[in-house]
Design a protein around this ligand. Structure first.
Ligand code: HSE
Length: 411
């Protein structure tokens, strides 16, 4: 019998207890021993929960119990969760989590504490919810150089963008729908400003770079709050979808990682991920492309990944992949985003002349868009790979009238 504790009995914590209960026989058969939730630590009481008897407010009942060797952290955030994770790891207890904020900000330290104390810190559920992505990167694709990861990794923003495209809703209406369905947080900034996606791509990038830590706060990040119904019109006419993409690219001369909304051609498999679904395309130099698709959030889907990690911890309590050794590199890990090549759809008032555009973007390919909304002109810049982010930023400074701009995902 393996005893575990759950820290934080919110949606995911509750899902973990439910999945262990629902699939207890299969889990025991696969592991050769039972997994039992012995304690649930929370400051709240849950009198109506079937797990009420397990809930405690006393942390020593978890951290000082030698029978509890695995702790599931589903508190979220990087304050109490950070303290409790350090406490558990320092006591030699493996910690399993879905907490992307904590992993992406303190992963280097927490993985090192785990190694020191001969236990593990594992976090499959921190990216892509229930979709397997971290273990495939660390194990199944370990023979590859990971050349690119492109992901729709935030379900809330994908739901909002899908609603805008399908029902013609504006951003504010689609956001409040997402909130009423419980997808977006009451304070939805982490989702709509791209911070959640930034944390997730920092985790995937670090793994792809064999543990060289990519600090999320260093990443170029744009959210979706400037996307309008007119942008959606352009997307439709261009046979594309607008998706918030989290991207990692590792080329000959170095790596880039960033988050931004993009026009994605409807012929690309990523454009098929709609609503709260996530999709992550990974390109390995031996494998080619592989796409991981499924529920990127939600109670049981996320709990599925957490419990999978618990089972890994039961089977292999100490042995972890080399890619789990994260370190702060002395050299910059990523190239400056200014060097990254970029292609955009630029929307301008009709009154802006072609000369103004070509003077702002000298020697950069500029072609008319297949569609122009009423009273506007629209051009596609940098389609030939002849513009980088620095040139784009400089050009934009001399055209203050722009109505909108969206990056175009190049396949
Ligand atoms: N807020 C996140 C999302 C939850 O919408 O994807 C899952 O990480």
């Amino acid at each position: 019998m393996k005893n575990i504790a759950i820290l934080g009995f919110g949606v995911v914590g509750c899902g973990v207890a439910e999945v262990i209960d629902m699939n207890s026989k299969a889990i025991a058969a696969r592991l050769g021993e039972e997994v039992r939730v012995k304690k649930i630590l929370d400051i709240r009481e849950f009198p109506d929960s079937p797990f009420a008897a397990l809930v405690t407010t006393k942390k020593e009942e978890v951290f000082e119990d030698p029978e509890i060797s695995i702790v599931v952290e589903t508190i979220g955030g990087a304050r109490i969760a950070y303290e409790y994770t350090k406490m558990a790891l320092s006591a030699g207890k493996t910690v399993v989590t879905s907490n992307k904020e904590l992993v992406s900000t303190h992963g280097v330290e927490l993985l090192s504490i785990a190694r020191e104390h001969n236990c593990k810190y594992i976090f499959e559920a921190s990216v892509g919810g229930g979709i397997p992505i971290i273990r495939p990167l660390k194990h199944c694709l370990a023979a590859n150089k990971i050349e690119r990861i492109v992901g729709i990794v935030n379900g809330t923003t994908n739901y909002i963008l899908t609603q805008m495209a399908e029902s013609g809703a504006d951003f504010a209406t689609a956001l409040s729908e997402a909130q009423s369905k419980g997808y977006a947080e009451a304070n939805p900034s982490a989702d709509i400003d791209g911070i959640d996606a930034q944390r997730k791509i920092s985790i995937l990038s670090t793994i792809a770079l064999d543990g060289a830590y990519v600090d999320p706060s260093s990443l170029f990040t744009l959210g979706i709050s400037d996307i309008t119904t007119v942008d959606m019109e352009y997307a439709r006419e261009m046979n594309a979808s607008i998706k918030l993409l989290a991207v990692f690219e590792n080329k000959e001369d170095g790596a880039f990682a960033y988050v931004a909304p993009h026009l994605v051609s409807k012929s690309h498999p990523l454009a098929c991920a709609n609503g709260v679904f996530n999709a992550i395309m990974v390109t390995g130099n031996a494998l080619g492309d592989a796409m991981f698709y499924g529920q990127g959030a939600g109670k049981l889907a996320t709990a599925s990944a957490v419990v999978g990690d618990v089972m890994e911890a039961v089977e292999m309590p100490t042995k972890d992949a080399q890619a789990s050794k994260w370190f702060e590199s002395e050299e910059p890990v990523l190239l400056p985003i200014e060097k990254h090549s970029v292609s955009v759809l630029l929307r301008l008032p009709e009154s802006v002349s072609d000369d103004t555009v070509s003077e702002a973007f000298p020697e950069i390919s500029c072609q008319p868009c297949v569609y122009e909304a009423e009273g506007e002109k629209a051009v596609i810049l940098g389609k030939n790979g002849d513009m980088n982010e620095a040139q784009l930023a400089i050009g934009l400074e001399s055209i203050p009238e722009i109505l909108g701009m969206i990056r175009i995902f190049g396949e």
